[in-house]
Design a binder for this molecule. Structure first.
Ligand code: HEC
Ligand code: HEC
Ligand code: HEC
Ligand code: HEC
Ligand code: HEC
Length: 421
């Protein structure tokens, strides 16, 4: 690998999850259904070069740039611009990939197969597919303006310049285009765009062939969904993350989205003064409508915080307690280690009882639930990465920016103050 620093370590991990398709291994996996065949072709990543556009296409129809799609599809474009898919080459990923591009194009491409998957987004491409090791050549079709656009419209919708999309929406919700609008020779419509399997390639690591931490792949979202009531026909990823065919993909970074997925209840119980802890506050967090574990990834943490307050509402020292919901797993001394996994599966409840012997001044108890969507990156990953050697000035500057930004994404989804009497 010849790589110093954290990037190499991360890569090693990702490499195990998602090694470049090996033709021999592929042929063993007999695709059994039409849907699997469709996705095997649709999600070859990097997505093969599109080639030359049909001569009938005008400039905008031939362009892969999102703003070109946006000139005829303004609503999807406006949504997408706000989404995290658009920011998948933000300072965190790009700060690492920029150095990998110089030192190890192979690793850079691995990251980009999920973060910027079009071949046109890659400065170099693999030259040989004869299995004789990896050799990289400059990509003459590289579009530097496309590179940092992350997961573009074309990544999901365009193959060999042909448009793919879901069945036409019915009735009033169907999009109408001004008469005479050029239409890139129509659309290949398929119900597979409405299936959870559409999202699986980037949001699920292969459990048979990837690193497992305490038996679990680091990204297991599709399987968590499949094993829940949602995966038994209740709702696909799109029903919750693209409802009304919106292109926002809101998730753990959005307060309303998170609030809509969970139910939180707090109850105070006063026991007799002779009992050891005469005050008990029980907090129940229910995964009511999250289609997978809450949260699904190792990156977010949810803090359930409880303390006692005096009459003026001031927190009394020594009374603060917390419970953390999340999967705490980290890369320490050369290997991944699980510290705890308190994530909540769909339909399940996490209960915590906080106990105190209240100081005389305590008049009320408070409970707050705070979401830190980027906890792992902010607290563990970026600080460790920045200690690495051989970071370029650009890479360092970007990851410092990511460290700063990742500290400002927290929000509170629940707060209740309960009088003790
Ligand atoms: C010059 C205008 C124009 C441009 C540019 C354009 N489209 Fe379209 N697109 C259309 C029209 C018109 C239709 C309706 C075609 C039909 O129903 O047969 C359409 C339909 C679609 C559909 C099906 C949606 C529906 O309404 O049912 C998808 C998906 C799509 N386009 C994706 C894209 C993407 C991705 C890009 C950029 C890479 C793009 N289009 C660029 C005009 C355009
Ligand atoms: C080409 C790979 C790819 C595909 C396909 C894909 N995603 Fe993503 N998705 C990503 C990456 C990478 C991120 C992280 C972006 C970032 O924050 O840098 C992401 C982020 C998200 C988030 C935001 C999570 C958060 O932190 O709040 C949601 C929600 C999401 N994706 C849902 C979906 C759904 C639903 C689909 C299927 C319709 C889908 N994705 C398809 C790669 C993909
Ligand atoms: C199999 C798809 C996949 C691969 C390969 C992949 N990522 Fe990601 N990455 C994701 C998804 C999905 C998320 C969003 C979930 C999360 O935050 O953990 C993400 C999130 C991130 C984030 C935090 C979000 C942000 O925008 O700040 C960083 C940083 C990141 N990836 C860097 C990398 C790097 C560097 C590589 C290559 C060494 C890589 N990723 C390879 C799918 C992938
Ligand atoms: C991560 C993959 C992904 C990306 C990126 C993406 N789309 Fe889509 N798009 C989908 C899926 C999946 C659907 C179908 C959703 C459904 O049926 O619920 C869809 C639906 C559509 C439709 C049909 C809308 C309707 O009302 O019928 C259009 C048009 C479209 N996309 C255009 C775009 C444009 C333009 C962009 C970029 C600005 C874009 N998409 C980016 C996955 C994506
Ligand atoms: C029943 C609704 C529902 C379904 C179905 C659903 N999700 Fe979610 N998802 C949510 C809610 C609510 C959140 C916010 C809470 C959270 O982060 O756990 C979320 C969060 C996320 C996140 C943010 C990261 C994290 O650690 O939580 C990603 C990524 C994601 N979903 C992807 C998917 C994918 C991929 C599928 C399909 C396999 C899917 N979701 C199915 C409701 C749903």
């Amino acid at each position: 690998m010849g790589l110093v620093g954290f990037g190499g370590i991360v890569f090693l991990v990702y490499m195990r999850y998602f090694s470049t398709p090996n033709p021999k291994a592929q042929s063993r996996l007999v695709a059994t259904t039409e849907m699997e065949n469709f996705f095997a072709a649709h999600w070859q990543r990097p997505i093969p070069l599109q080639g030359v556009a049909p001569p009938s296409y005008g400039g905008k129809e031939a362009s892969l740039r999102p703003e070109a799609c946006g000139s005829c599809h303004p609503t999807q474009y406006a949504d997408w611009k706000e989404s995290l898919h658009r920011r998948a080459m933000g300072p965190g990923p790009w700060g690492q990939i920029i150095d990998l591009t110089q030192n190890s194009p192979e690793e850079a491409i691995q990251c980009m197969t999920c973060h910027a998957p079009l071949s046109e987004q890659m400065p170099a491409l693999e030259k040989t597919t004869d299995g004789k090791g990896n050799s990289y050549a400059k990509n003459p079709n590289f579009d530097p303006r496309l590179q940092l656009e992350g997961i573009t419209c074309a990544a999901c919708h365009v193959r060999r310049h042909q448009r793919f999309g879901p069945p036409k929406a019915q009735g009033a919700s169907a999009t109408r285009y001004p008469p005479g609008t050029p239409s890139h020779e129509g659309v290949q419509r398929t119900p597979y765009f409405e299936k959870a399997e559409f999202c699986k390639d980037c949001h699920q690591f292969d459990p048979e062939n990837s690193l497992l931490v305490n038996g679990k792949p680091l990204q297991d979202t599709y399987r968590e969904w499949k094993n829940s009531i949602w995966g038994k026909g209740e709702a696909a990823c799109q029903d919750c993350h693209m409802s009304g065919r919106r292109h926002l993909w809101k998730g753990i970074h959005d307060r309303d989205m998170v609030k809509g997925g969970v139910r939180i209840e707090a109850h105070l119980k006063k026991l007799t003064a002779i009992s050891e802890s005469p005050l008990e506050l029980s907090v129940a967090v229910t995964n009511a409508a999250v289609g997978h574990k809450f949260p699904t990834y190792i990156t977010p943490k949810i803090f359930v915080l409880a303390d006692l307050l005096d009459e003026s509402g001031k927190s009394l020292p020594g009374t603060s307690q917390e419970q953390i919901i999340g999967w705490d797993t980290r890369f320490v001394n050369g290997q991944w280690k699980e510290y705890f996994d308190t994530r909540i599966a769909p339909g399940e409840i996490s209960r915590k009882i906080f106990k105190w012997t209240p100081p005389a001044r305590a008049t009320q108890a408070r409970v707050r639930v705070e979401v830190q969507p980027d906890h792992f990156y902010h607290v563990h990953f970026y600080p460790a990465y920045l200690k690495g050697e051989n970071l370029s000035n650009d890479g360092k500057r970007l990851v410092e920016k990511a460290l700063k930004e990742s500290g400002g994404t927290s929000f509170v989804i629940f707060e209740e103050v309960i009088p003790l009497s």
